[in-house]
Structure formats: structure tokens, C-alpha cells
Design a protein around this ligand. Sequence first.
Ligand code: OAD
Length: 247
Amino acid sequence: MTAEIDQARSLVAQAKRPVFFTGAGMSADSGVPTFRDALTGLWAKYDPLQLATGEAFARDPELVWNFYEYRRGIVRKCAPNAGHHAMAAFEQQEGRLVTVITQNVDGYHQLAGNRLALCLHGNIMEDRCHCGCPGVFPATEPCEGEPVPPICRTCGYRTMRPNVVWFGEMLDEAVLSKARDAVHDCDVMVVVGTSGVVYPAAGLADLALQLGKRFIEINPEPSPWSDAADVYLRGRSSEILPQILPG
Ligand code: OAD
């Protein structure tokens, strides 16, 4: 794969406005399970895609809240990996405008130092009211034995929920519009660790290809974009990103 690494390295080094589009595979090497990995332990009998919905929360708010507490515990225990740090170091170099568009909710790009991360699906380490009351709040670890979900200070109901996009919910149009603008303006798109099955997010990679942008993909498994990519790097993002991003 040396030739592909060299080709990708050259494309990225010349880029003035690169966009990175990342998915759960970006954090897999941090120890955060991807969405299509089988859940383990207590949650093995649940389908995460069945729990990440407003209907599930309305039906069983405590179950859904505890599922997100389980995921928050993993995010708190794990940390950004070499791939996140390579991207943050790359952004801090002069002479280019780097945009990170992520489907991930773990906040690891921001933790690693990327200043502009467009979080299409929200942030699991924040809470908001399911009724739509104003305000987003840092996720607090509930006290042992405290009933969950927490009470909203505005409406007084036990309707606080993670500030993430659930299935059937709309993305923040302002964030999605900024992401689309970044794709229009970019010269290279680097797609990292996403199965490309969830829209409208996946439409951003489609858009980059339609616009004829140079296109690099990093994924141990082929995705719908791998054949069309200028460079498809078959491997783990924590190993490949440090090789293609100038340190
Ligand atoms: P998926 O779980 O669908 O896909 C993870 C991708 O990461 C797969 O293509 C894997 O091959 C790849 N992968 C695994 N390990 C990797 C590694 N070490 N390095 C690089 N890639 C690796 O996760 P997403 O594509 O992010 O939506 O899923 C997109 C959306 O589906 C999520 O944001 C979530 C989910 O439903 C919402 O929550 C709204």
C-alpha cells in the first residue's frame, strides 16, 4: 500500500481547503464501539438503532437514558487516538483551512484540538430537554439511585435527554448547511471510518464526488465510495492518518 500512502500524502500536502468526513471507525481504535459492531454485555440483547429514537425514549425513558449513560461511560473511559491527534496537528499548521465534519458524538476531534468540528449528529456529553425547552447543558453523572432521566429546570418534567440526533429527527440545518458549504469550497475530501449508509450525512461524500473533488478514503472495509475514490486506503485510521498527514 506504499504507493497509495504516497499518493494520499501528496494530495493532502497540496490541499489548501481539505475537508475530513468521519464516522464511528475514527474512534474504533480508541475503544469506542462502532454502530454496526455487535453490542456487548448487558446491552448485547438490544439493537442500538432501536434505542436511538424519540419513540423508544417516550416508551421507556429510563432504558434509553441508561443506554446513553453506558455509552457515555465508554467515551469518558476512552480517549482520542493517534488519528485524531494527527488531524488536529495537521489543522494547526499554517497555510490551509481544515474543516472536520463528523457523524460521531464523542467529541474526540474537539478534545484532540480540532477547532472547527461540525458535529452533524450532536454531542453525547451534552443534555437537552426532549420537549424543546431552550438550553444545552454539560452531561452530569447522575447520583447513585437518582431517578432518571433528570428533570428539566424549565418545564419541570423528567425529559432531559442526550443532545444527539435520534433516528427520525432532523439534523441542525445550520450545521448541515455549513458542512455542505465546506464540501463545495474544499479541494480534497478525506472520508474516514464510515459505512456510508446514513443520510443526509453520507450525502456529503456523494456531493464531493459529484463536484469532482479529489477523494481519499480510509476504511478496513470497502464502502459505497471506495471504487470511486482517487485513493482508497484499506486499513485502520489510527495507523494510516499519521502516515498521510504531514506531522
Ligand atoms: P458504522 O458503524 O455504520 O460504520 C463504521 C465504519 O467504520 C465501517 O465502515 C467500518 O468498516 C469502519 N471501521 C471500523 N474500524 C475502523 C478503523 N479502525 N479505522 C477506520 N475505519 C474503521 O458507523 P458510521 O458510518 O459512523 O447515526 O454510522 C453512521 C451513523 O449511523 C452514525 O452517526 C449513527 C448511526 O446510526 C446517528 O446516530 C444519527
